[in-house]
Design a binder for this molecule. Structure first.
Ligand code: SF4
Ligand code: SF4
Ligand code: F3S
Length: 263
């Protein structure tokens, strides 16, 4: 009863695929259960909360009206067409809910490229006229970019915000501690790039031998992320698995990094 109240976190799902939540659930150090039971109070998260319907809405209202305040995590872009009516949760446009809650939050963390920069729904021709959280609210957000982002980057940012405040961000709102280096500069295939040893096709002997995937479309030289150092699920990352980096942590990568494959 005397335990310090854990910081309240409200997590909105907007226009997205829930891949960011799925990635975050697989974090370790701490595991997700430890994070949400010991470190934060995750008061609203539609994918994993037990409550539904009115009970879920009540939990949201209680959290955002608490005098102790709350942190806001946003997953997904924001459709703006037709007043935002193409994306609704509980009868309210995602756009309106995000615009209402973000200014009241102690801090806003965008998980994934959809929330940070608009994501796949913003890709040309952007039929839903989707925008990012910053475009919708005018607020600077902490952008944990990636599609999905590495959960270690997300949890690391949450802990940093709670313990030390907002980390230093780059010009795209990404924490420099996670996004300060190019994928290319830490890639295990870099020595082949420097020797001009490029795989000519995905099923080539050269690809199997670990040659560079640049000529197959790899965007590692223009993408800031720590994938080669941190790995996904502590096991692997796209290029190690034989797939070119598609630049998923860069703004508007669906438009600016395509075609993803060149062969
Ligand atoms: Fe899904 Fe990617 Fe958007 Fe995350 S950033 S919600 S993984 S499409
Ligand atoms: Fe760079 Fe991609 Fe080649 Fe790795 S595979 S060295 S990231 S171009
Ligand atoms: Fe994304 Fe490239 Fe890493 S596609 S997951 S930034 S290797």
């Amino acid at each position: 009863l005397t335990a310090k109240r854990r910081p309240s976190v409200v997590w909105l799902h907007n226009a997205e695929c829930t891949g960011c939540t799925e990635a975050a659930l697989r974090t370790i150090k701490p595991f997700i259960d430890s994070l949400i039971l010991d470190t934060i109070s995750l008061d609203y998260q539609e994918t994993i909360m037990a409550a539904a319907g009115d009970a879920a809405e009540d939990a949201l209202h209680k959290a955002v009206e608490s005098p102790d305040g709350f942190y806001l995590v946003v997953e997904g872009g924001l459709p703006t067409i037709d007043g935002g009516n193409w994306g609704m949760v509980s009868g309210h446009p995602m756009l309106a809910t995000t615009k209402k809650l973000a200014p009241k939050a102690k801090g806003v963390i965008c998980i994934g490229t959809c929330a940070a920069y608009g994501g796949i729904q913003k890709a040309k021709p952007n039929p839903s006229q989707s925008i990012s959280v910053t475009e919708a609210t005018g607020l600077a957000t902490i952008n944990i970019a990636g599609c999905p982002p590495n959960p270690i980057n997300f949890i690391g940012a949450v802990v940093h915000v709670l313990e030390k405040g907002i980390p230093e961000l780059d010009s795209n709102g990404r924490p420099k501690i996670f996004f300060g280096e190019l994928v290319h500069d830490n890639c295990e295939r870099l020595k082949h790039f420097e020797n001009s040893e490029f795989a000519p096709s995905f099923d080539s002997e050269e690809a199997k031998k670990g040659y560079c995937l640049y000529e197959l479309g790899c965007k590692g030289p223009v993408t800031y992320n720590n994938c080669p150092k941190v790995l996904f699920n502590q096991v692997n990352w796209p290029v190690k698995a034989g797939h070119p980096c598609i630049g998923c942590s860069e703004p508007d990568f669906w438009d600016t990094m395509t075609p993803f494959y060149e062969q």
